[in-house]
Design a protein around this ligand. Structure first.
Ligand code: BGC
Length: 747
């Protein structure tokens, strides 16, 4: 069949895009098919053989990705992207048809396939809940399913690289991007990050893990020097990456914008060459974050691909990376072996994940994906407090006041490159703005359906009224004449901005205080990407932490309020009572103008989050791991084994009257005489009333060890190690101990 361009577009845009993508793919596959032995070869061998056949021009062409057009930040469509490529997003790397190498096309992805406004024909993807909510589900299986859904939605658009897998640890409750990460704990972050990558890569789409490493604040992130003790770094943020890599073999690691101990991570020989590729033997490729490469020499220090090349020109006034690399190569400054290595690493991931080998793309079941988004929202919302107000009484004609938070329109999302356009569009967008490069895209996005509409469906006997929370006095008048008040507190957080404090914006703390004073039967639903201080906490009856719950979030909130769903989320981050309790009461550089060099000291080292609170004897507002249920659970019959690592078994029983899910947590509390709190493992256990389950957790030995940088090895102390099975980091139910053999081990 011979198509002209005009015929092609007559097919309708989405069909045309699909055919265009499939056409490129098919051509790539035909070429690949010529190499009959390919299937029998390892990805490394295939990469070596293909790379040997390449010209230098072809090699250099793979070492960059071109940003799709982003009118809002003055980046027009780049001439190097062929005109028939429509499905543009974060990155485009031309393919090499004669060698069967497909074009590499990347898109943001942690919460769904994004479309930040420059794919007008793309009417949206499934908007999953924020990663912090997913972290609160403590459910790797669910994360994997979500990853699979993202992978499938990526494929139908021709995207073969997902910029997913954000696993930075939540070291600072002000970090604007915590909503894109899973947890403050290395083990939780690793297990869930790996599950996401496995889900995506299971669909033949490469996934990153990002942002390597210690990109734990947004404050002047391009000039941010993150200072940490290197051994403590290995035990925490790096350990999360290490374990996640072991469990999922991501095709790529995205290096962050920041420096670590004085060196930019994207050009950090120690972290990239010695740790990631050396000690851990990582075989995939390192791509930079967008605008993180001021110097070509980063290629010598472990960077394999420069992403979104226009961003570096914009950011650093730098000439194109490949031009400088070519010049360096000619001058003998970039060795041929290194050039080959960069290319082979990219090709290896292409082959290992199978992006050169896509079969026909099947139709995506969007209803099923909505179910996954809904199930995640149900499992990741956390009931923080409940003095008997929840679940709502459904068989009486209650007068319910729903107040604030745009709850008549939808639920909010975080802002920045991870924000997803849902199918059918947003319920509303309010421009917020702000300084710096991310200011233009800082928006309040609202996803339908609204919690108000969903509550009306589930509470047909109730009389529901809505007050926007425009003034506290007006809202209090409605609160006073109601039986129950449901007040929504929202805070838009996101990329490029750290939160200045723990308050709710736009006077919402005063609003909630006013309605709770007018009617003590007040329930608060929080849609935030971080802990907030809740100065009204003692005045209200119940609090639900709903995070950014995605496109099915309105439904899940209503179901939890009405008791259709039993809440089962647990906090993946410690809620401090006050910033003074945290390692950095003041955040260095906060509010300094764009471009100001900033040094943030992560002096808490390995004592991140709940570990810090335990070490300092501080009582948080809500502890890591905390979360209430409409039923109750008991733990019994603990048995603990020692030797090389700790294995603990115990029985969990649902002692209440409703189906529910618990997340018992196993902690190390003492390591041979040293008080040390570490989460060793967890399991999400759904149980019917009266039902029991035996849970067994075997600790990854690195969680019991300290890293000895001089020896380059892990060290477990000989002697008695104490453990606890708890409901949270501060609520131990069973305790036990085991003897561990003192030993040192590698990797
Ligand atoms: C973000 C990355 C993202 C990239 C591409 C950057 O601003 O830090 O997380 O993947 O943009 O959109």
């Amino acid at each position: 069949m011979n198509f002209t361009r005009r015929d092609f577009w007559k097919l309708g845009t989405s069909t045309a895009i699909l055919i265009s993508a499939l056409g490129r793919q098919a051509a790539a596959q035909t070429a690949a098919g010529k190499d009959k032995t390919a299937a029998a070869q390892s990805p490394d061998e295939r990469a070596r053989i293909t790379e040997q056949k390449m010209t230098d021009d072809e090699r250099f062409s793979l070492l960059i990705s071109i940003f799709g057009s982003v009118p809002s930040i003055g980046i027009p469509r780049d001439k190097r992207i062929p005109a028939d490529v429509k499905n543009l997003s974060a990155g485009y790397t031309p393919g090499i048809r004669r060698l069967g190498i497909p074009a590499l096309q990347s898109s943001d992805a942690s919460m769904g396939v994004t479309n930040p406004g420059y794919r007008p024909y793309d009417k949206g993807a499934t908007a999953f809940p924020a990663s912090i909510l997913v972290g609160a589900s403590f459910n790797p299986q669910l994360v994997r399913e979500g990853g699979g859904a993202i992978g499938r939605e990526a494929r139908t658009r021709g995207f073969n690289i997902m910029l997913a897998g954000g696993i930075n640890l939540m070291r600072d409750v002000r970090n604007g991007r915590n909503y894109e990460y899973y947890s403050e704990d290395p083990w939780v972050s690793a297990v869930l990050g790996a599950a996401a990558v496995n889900g995506i890569q299971g669909e033949g789409v490469i996934s990153t893990l990002k942002h390597f490493t210690l990109n734990c604040n947004e404050t002047n992130r391009h000039w941010l020097d993150a200072i940490i003790d290197p051994d403590a770094h290995r035990e925490t943020d790096l350990l999360a990456f290490q374990i996640a890599i072991e469990h999922s073999q991501p095709g790529s690691i995205m290096s962050g914008y920041n420096k670590v101990n004085g060196e930019y991570v994207s050009g950090n020989h120690h972290l990239l060459n010695e740790v990631l590729k050396g000690a851990w033997g990582y075989k995939g490729y390192v791509m930079s974050d967008w605008g993180a490469v001021p110097e070509w020499q980063y290629a010598l220090k472990g960077l394999d691909q420069e992403s979104g090349i226009q961003m570096d020109v914009k950011q650093w006034g730098a000439e194109a990376f490949t031009d400088r690399l070519r010049a360096a190569y000619k001058e003998g400054k970039l060795p041929k072996e290194r050039l080959s290595d960069m290319v082979r690493r990219i090709l290896r991931s292409v082959y290992a994940v199978g992006v050169d080998n896509w079969g026909p793309t099947s139709k995506v079941d969007m209803a099923k994906h909505n179910e996954i988004a809904l199930e995640a929202a149900r499992q990741g919302m956390v009931l923080l407090k409940n003095d008997g107000a929840l679940p709502l009484v459904t068989d009486k004609p209650l007068k319910i006041a729903v107040i604030g938070g745009h709850a008549q329109e939808g639920v909010i999302s975080g802002t920045g490159s991870g924000a997803v356009l849902p199918v059918g569009g947003f319920a509303g967008v309010v421009k917020i703005g702000g300084p710096g490069i991310m200011g233009a895209g800082r928006n309040l996005f609202l996803y339908p359906p609204s919690p108000l509409a969903e509550l009306k469906k589930l509470l047909p006997k109730a009389e529901l009224d809505f007050d926007p929370g425009y003034t506290p006095t007006e809202a209090a008048l409605m609160a006073k004449r109601s039986d129950v008040v449901i007040a929504f507190g929202i805070r838009v957080e996101g990329e490029g901005f750290d939160n200045a404090d723990l308050s709710l914006p736009w006077g919402q703390d005063a609003l909630i205080d006013a309605v709770a004073s007018a009617n003590p039967n007040t329930i608060v639903v929080l849609e935030t990407g971080n802990p907030v201080s809740m100065p009204w906490r003692d005045k209200v009856k119940a609090i639900i932490q709903a995070w950014y719950p995605g496109q099915a979030g309105g439904q899940a909130i209503a179901e939890i309020l009405a008791g259709r769903v039993n809440p089962s989320g647990r906090l993946p981050i410690t809620f401090p009572a006050d910033l003074k309790q945290t390692p950095r009461p003041e955040l260095a550089g906060l509010g300094t103008p764009w471009g100001t060099p900033v040094t943030i000291r992560y002096d808490e080292g390995a004592e991140v989050g709940y570990r810090w609170f335990a070490q300092k004897g501080e009582k948080p507002l809500y502890a890591f791991g905390h979360g209430l249920s409409y039923t109750s659970f008991a733990y019994a019959d603990l048995s603990v084994g020692g030797g090389e690592t700790i294995t603990a078994s115990f029985t969990v029983t649902n002692t209440g009257k409703r189906d529910g899910a618990d997340v018992p947590q196993l902690y190390l509390t003492d390591a041979a005489g040293e008080r040390r709190l570490r989460l060793l493992g967890f399991e999400r256990v759904p149980l019917k009333p009266g039902e029991s389950k035996r849970v067994t957790v075997t600790a990854d030995p690195r969680l019991l060890a300290r890293f000895d940088g001089k020896a380059g090895r892990w060290r477990i102390a000989e002697g008695t190690h104490r453990i606890a099975v708890g409901r949270s980091a501060e609520d131990s139910v069973l305790t036990g101990e085991a003897n561990l053999t003192g030993r040192m081990f590698g990797v």
